[in-house]
Design a protein around this ligand. Sequence first.
Ligand code: COA
Length: 262
Amino acid sequence: MYTSILTEVDGAIGILTLNKGERHNAFDDVLIAEITAGLRELEADRRVRVVVLSATGKSFCAGADLDWMKRAAGYTPEENFADARKLADLMAALNGLAKPTVARVHGPAYGGGVGLIACCDIAVATYDALFALTEVKLGIIPAVIGPYVLAAIGERYSRRYMLSAERFSAAEAYRIGLVHEIAPGVEQLDEAIGKILDSLLKNGPQAQAECKQLIRAVSGAAIDTALMEDTAQRITRVRASQEGTEGLTAFLEKRKPAWVAG
Ligand code: COA
């Protein structure tokens, strides 16, 4: 069904793999449409609790396909905008996924590749992963990925790396908060991700979805009466929910909550 991605369900883990390795997983209209569809598929699949974003080939993702970018520049302004909007929709879909997302990063991740990582909840990379926001080198800007990159690494490092287009290492990506963990090779990368997945799968799925909504709602918001009301409303609702009741009762009864398989 897909030509540029693979989707797989392994127990409660949904894996979406960028599979255009010969093109360094650079995204054109087909890859953008397929990642968006693949995310929707895994979000809707009731077996899937967590989504891993992975890639085949030498690079995690070389960002936008520059032939596609150049082609789009020749479209009518309306078509050009509609095309750009699809990339914005993809980033919003990944960022807004209700299920926890983990980026499994190896090799270069440039431009939109950094955007994909910034849209995931958790990111782990190999030591040899490389990162860059190369857009200005090409006379363009990291526009649709901008909000997510800023949220991940903050304004200070965004200013440096968006303006200089310097390549930076996995160690630097770790230091500035783009990735949460780095691993010497792919074997250790998978071990590290396995441990994170184990932790993710022990927690209440509804609570995780609510947490993601909470983070989006409060991030950058002024701490005023309205925000206090909103956060109090959230815990009021969630602790009275079926999952909240089960989680609290299971703890007090010294047993595993019902959502933990086995
Ligand atoms: N769009 C279109 N084609 C791309 C591409 C992209 N983003 N990135 C790589 N390619 C193509 C190259 O043009 C080349 O095509 P060719 O074999 O027809 O000449 C092929 O992929 C291999 O690239 P090459 O540079 O020879 O491989 P490499 O292993 O030395 O380096 C990258 C791989 C990804 C590090 C390097 O190609 C690169 O820096 N690409 C640009 C990435 C970028 O700036 N993206 C941001 C876009 S906003």
